[in-house]
Write a protein that binds this ligand. Structure first.
Ligand code: ZN
Length: 144
């Protein structure tokens, strides 16, 4: 893992075999980042994506395994959920036939690289369970 940058923005570069959400959450926690805008590109594998079924209040999940995928676009944010830093990401990936798949990202493994751009917000959004929706949604914001 490489971390580079100055001022407020920085970049986290993950290497082959690293799990993106696990590694990124650890970095953001260690650096005590308070909220962030997250974007990334790269090449990845073992991608688990989800589609939230509002009527059943659960995720339909699909795993993309057995090949490498371009990580065309990854975007999301850092917030606080149940007192812990929580990374919420959505991803678009493509295969060698240029088919594109996308959804809520549960986890992926780096196949080649993951170049993640972190723009701290300076304030930690807070997620609280919304029982009507069935998800912990951003409902409050705490200033640093
Ligand atoms: Zn999501």
């Amino acid at each position: 893992m490489i971390i580079t940058g100055k001022n407020h923005q920085f970049m986290v570069v993950l290497k082959q075999g690293e799990k993106l959400i696990e590694s990124l959450t650890a970095v953001l926690k260690e650096k005590e980042i308070q909220g962030a805008n997250l974007t990334a590109i790269g090449a990845v594998k073992d991608v688990e994506l989800g589609y939230y079924d509002l009527h059943h209040k659960n995720y339909v999940k699909k795993c993309f395994e057995g090949d490498d995928y371009e990580l065309i676009s990854l975007m999301g944010n850092l917030s606080l959920k149940e007192g812990e830093p929580f990374v919420h990401l959505h991803a678009l990936i493509s295969d060698k036939e240029f088919n594109v798949y996308g959804g809520h990202l549960f986890e992926l493994t780096v196949a080649v690289t993951a170049e993640i751009f972190v723009t701290p917000l300076g304030a930690m959004p807070i997620r609280k369970m919304d029982s009507e929706i069935g998800l912990a949604l951003i409902s409050d914001r705490r200033e640093m």
